[in-house]
Ligand binder design. Structure first.
Ligand code: FAD
Length: 433
């Protein structure tokens, strides 16, 4: 019996539940499809995936293929419609069962439903939640309906009543005969209709995609430099590679699991240091879980203008303001610098994201979804739940009932007191405004 692992946002070998389950079968194959849906224009006029994340994704799939090969598991790679390629592959190899990570958002469900329809009854599907820190079966809420509105309540209860599951290591080396002929090739950016990003030496995220690269980042940030022990003090930084963990992009496409990071933090706490800073990284991973549970609870509401609060504001949409915000050409140097950074590198710090989102939605009072869609297109670490959840939060239609607005001038004074970050990206041009 042949099992197929359909990789999507779980591009890793270690601590991968679907792979582990599938490996109980006699034969195992993997598949990844660069689905055209993700490279088309979305509802707000931006390509869903731009060049930065696409490049990172290609690198991630390349490493996945190399890592699977060590276990004699082939990875078939396609560009096109998943609903065409995956059923065909399954038929050709008489696949018995397809294993995949369970997703629940619009595009992901559309794609998996279309594959299921094509495949028909002959093949079984097994979907597993594998993207959480606290597994849905382990949280102290029986129904997603009961997930609280407020993060603190969620965090405290999970910390008290839930355990993070141990990592599962993958060790089964299949006989070489499992490594079937596979002529499929990784696409180039051009194949995906995108151009190569110009390298920018100022980038705060000069990293490559893939499971091995994620582990390398942990080795650097935790073990070699011990920067984890200062994380809470530096996490609001703006310049450089090490003010925060920078693990988000690997987490977003599943090159590493949240559980693996958690257990590395625990090891660090045991062997090096345990303090508020080490705790805070876990605290942030719980934020990540929270937004996933919020989207599980509210479904497509996270994409709606009124958000999950069902709150009506007088939203505008002025195309010239959108262009100026995107280009970093508005009368606010701090916002401009952050937007330039995003445009040139696909990265923006958490502090920057909060400020530019607040400026777009609360200062300019523009339809927040355009901002979220632009982020979706550009961010290397785009994660549907974290992006739309944070955007709702900052736009007053999400989990923050206080409806706050950032004072970007004060934020700049506080977080960029010498203007280093602004100079870094504006090189004087707009800085004097
Ligand atoms: C408007 C807006 C949009 C955002 N869009 C995304 C997105 O698409 N993808 C994404 O991963 N994060 C998003 N974030 C959250 C946050 O900005 C990034 O996770 C963080 O900047 C990534 O850097 P890091 O890995 O160094 O984080 P660290 O500070 O080192 O934090 C460790 C991890 O905790 C998680 N985390 C930290 N802050 C948050 C948060 N506010 N919400 C959810 N998870 C968090 C991330 O997985 C992160 O990798 C967004 C925030 C805002 C305000």
């Amino acid at each position: 019996m042949t099992n197929l692992v359909w990789f999507r946002n779980d591009l890793r070998v270690q601590d991968n539940s679907s792979l582990l389950k599938a490996s109980k079968g006699e034969k195992v194959m993997g598949v990844y499809c660069f689905d055209t849906l993700y490279f088309e224009k979305g509802d707000f006029g931006f390509k869903k995936t731009e060049r930065f994340r696409a490049k990172f994704l290609i690198e991630s799939v390349r490493e996945l293929r190399e890592n699977l090969k060590k276990f004699n598991i082939p990875l078939f790679v396609y560009v096109g419609k998943s609903a065409e390629h995956i059923p065909k592959l399954a038929k050709e190899h008489q696949v018995h069962k397809i294993y995949l990570q369970k997703e629940w958002t619009r595009d992901e469900v559309f794609i998996s439903d279309s594959v299921k329809r094509e495949v028909g009854e002959a093949v079984q599907f097994e979907e597993t939640y594998d993207q959480f820190l606290f597994h849905p079966e382990d949280i102290p809420y029986r129904e997603f309906e009961n997930i609280p509105k407020v993060f603190t309540e969620f965090r405290k209860k999970c910390e008290k009543f839930s355990m993070v599951r141990p990592e599962v290591s993958f060790e089964k080396i299949f006989p070489i005969t499992n490594y079937v002929e596979n002529h499929t090739k990784l696409p180039s950016l051009t194949d995906l209709g995108l151009s190569e990003p110009t390298p920018d030496s100022r980038s705060a995220f000069p990293f490559q995609g893939g499971e091995t690269q994620a582990l390398r980042r942990i080795a650097h940030y935790f073990w070699e430099t011990k920067k984890l022990a200062y994380y809470k003090k530096t996490r609001n930084g703006l310049v450089g590679t090490d003010y925060s963990s920078k693990l988000s992009a690997w987490l977003a496409n599943g090159s590493i699991s949240a559980r693996s990071i958690y257990w590395q933090v625990k090891k660090f706490e045991k062997e090096v240091k345990k303090n508020e800073d080490t705790y805070w990284l876990v605290f942030e991973l719980i934020w990540r879980d929270f937004f996933k549970y919020v989207s599980l609870k509210h479904g497509p509401k996270i994409f709606r203008l009124k958000g999950i609060l069902d709150k009506q504001y007088d939203w505008q949409l002025d195309q010239s303001k959108l262009d100026q915000w995107i280009e970093g050409n508005i009368p606010d140097a701090f916002v401009n610098a952050n937007m330039k950074e995003l445009e040139k590198t696909g990265w923006m710090s958490n502090r920057g994201r909060q400020n530019v989102a607040s400026y777009w939605a609360k200062e300019l009072e523009q339809d927040w979804r355009f901002g979220a869609a632009y982020f979706e297109s550009m961010l290397i670490d785009y994660d549907v739940h974290s992006n739309w959840g944070n955007w709702m939060y900052n736009s007053g239609v999400g989990n923050d009932p206080r409806d706050r607005k950032f004072n970007t001038k004060l934020q700049a004074e506080r977080y960029d007191p010498n203007g280093k970050f602004q100079k870094h990206w504006l090189q004087g041009s707009l800085f004097d405004q």
